[in-house]
Design a protein around this ligand. Structure first.
Ligand code: PLP
Length: 429
């Protein structure tokens, strides 16, 4: 698989593991997730947010990367879980995740999903619309239960990120628009319902955000809303969920901040806003996804072909692509990569790394400097820990890659590779 020439050059080591060995042992394409880095991010949340500020909580937005094993890791670090579907909730339950530490999100939850949430006893349902509110109230009452909810608000703030991951603007499919009519329709209705117990509010401005002003702007707007709700209804929120969206390093153009850069400023703004408005300071919750897992993941591929189009470019074809990483095709996401078995070799030119799907848009990385690539070389793409495995498809009937977990030089299979048999297992004809 690897030429003898390449064997003599340095290999890329990730979390103490030789990535060329990982590719040989587990095959490619391969997701490699560092438990070391995931735990270090979870501990940073604990130390710089939960332990520094009283009355705080953090949940991991598990849609970024959810396996049974990560649910257990998150649980063991004292963090909660944010789920957005019956499937994510089911997996959390199967991982024995404590249900009272779960926040259940979604803009179009089905009645069946809401029933699951009520029966499992999730900690909070984050209610997005009136239809959901009515269904939830009915389900809870029919069981003699009262379900704790928070409302997802749309603060009308434009975060400076890609349109497809910007969620807090007024024109968004997510959340409840902030205007006086809404106060009555939602807050008034919820406070009168016997099946739900309103605990507070939530906002989430978007994803891969590297500056804190959109979070702070949204926070001011939501605090103002909380002041009006207190004035009109005498209701004081005991929960305020500040969302996630904290950015990570994908390429050299991204300069991510430590989580405290966001959370310290938000806690200070809440403290001063609450005393200005005469509100009791609610429990503050954050729900990062990407920030916890993105940089903890890499994807390994084997190069199948190197094709030069004279005067135009050289395509490097790999054995995966948009089915294991749809983000470049979906929102023009940019990544960095290296050749794992030529880790110390100087760049020989600029190349375009192409996936193997029948789509011209299946390009993983355009115009990246690499040492001379050859068929059989191992490519490592960095920062693929978030929204890769969880967004993977079987387009072109490509089996989804295995997930290997590393921990300081040790490695283990966490999710097995899909087989061809798996691909047809649901077909009845
Ligand atoms: C996706 C999402 C998150 C996590 O976003 P990241 O950018 O991965 O941190 C948090 N909250 C809500 C409501 C979300 O939809």
């Amino acid at each position: 698989m690897i030429s003898s020439n390449a064997e003599r050059t340095a290999h890329f080591v990730f979390d103490g593991c030789d990535t060329v060995d990982l590719a040989r042992i587990y095959g490619t394409p391969l997701y490699v997730m560092s438990e070391t880095m995931i735990r270090s991010r979870l501990r940073e949340i604990r130390e710089s947010f939960l332990e520094r500020h009283p009355n705080t909580f953090a949940v991991y937005a598990s849609k970024a990367f959810q396996t049974l094993e990560i649910c257990k890791i998150v649980e063991s670090e004292g963090i909660g879980l944010d789920v957005v579907s019956g499937g994510e909730l089911y997996a959390a339950k199967r991982a024995d995740f404590p249900m009272d530490r779960i926040f259940f999100h979604g803009n179009s939850k089905t009645p069946a999903e809401l029933e699951m949430a009520v029966d499992f006893g999730v900690g909070r349902v984050v209610v997005d619309n009136l239809d959901e509110l009515r269904i939830l109230d009915g389900l809870a009452r029919s069981r003699g239960r009262r379900v704790p909810i928070i409302f997802r608000l749309t603060p009308g703030v434009d975060s400076h990120t890609h349109e497809y991951v910007s969620t807090g603007r007024l024109d968004s499919k997510f959340g409840i628009p902030l205007d006086p009519k809404v106060r009555d329709a939602y807050v008034g209705a919820a406070l009168a319902m016997k099946g739900v117990e309103l605990k507070g509010f939530h906002f989430h401005v978007g994803s891969q955000i590297l500056v804190r002003d959109s979070h702070l702007k949204a926070l001011e707007i939501v605090l103002g809303f909380m002041g009006e709700v207190k004035r009109d209804y005498g209701f004081e929120a005991s929960d305020l969920n500040l969302g996630g969206g904290f950015g990570v390093h994908y390429t050299e153009q991204d300069a991510p901040e430590p989580i405290a850069h966001f959370t310290d400023a938000m806690v200070a703004a809440v403290d001063s806003g609450c005393s200005r408005l005469g509100l009791a300071r609610p429990r503050l919750i954050i729900e990062p996804g990407r920030w916890i897992v993105a940089e903890a993941g890499i994807t390994l591929y084997t190069i199948g072909s190197v094709k030069e189009i004279p005067g135009i470019k050289t395509y490097v074809g790999v054995d995966g692509g948009m089915p294991d990483n749809p983000r470049p095709a979906l929102y023009g996401a940019r990544y960095e990569a290296l050749i794992a078995n030529k880790a110390d070799a100087a760049p020989a030119g600029t190349y375009t790394i192409a996936g193997k799907c029948c789509e011209t848009g299946d390009i993983l990385i355009r115009d990246i400097a690499l040492p001379a690539p050859e068929a059989g070389d191992i490519v490592a793409v960095s920062t693929t820990g978030a929204y890769n495995h969880s967004m993977a498809s079987n387009y072109n009937r490509l089996p989804r890659p295995a997930v290997v977990m590393t921990a300081a030089g040790r490695h283990r299979l966490s999710v097995r590779r899909e087989s061809f048999e798996d691909l047809i297992a649901r077909e009845l004809g």
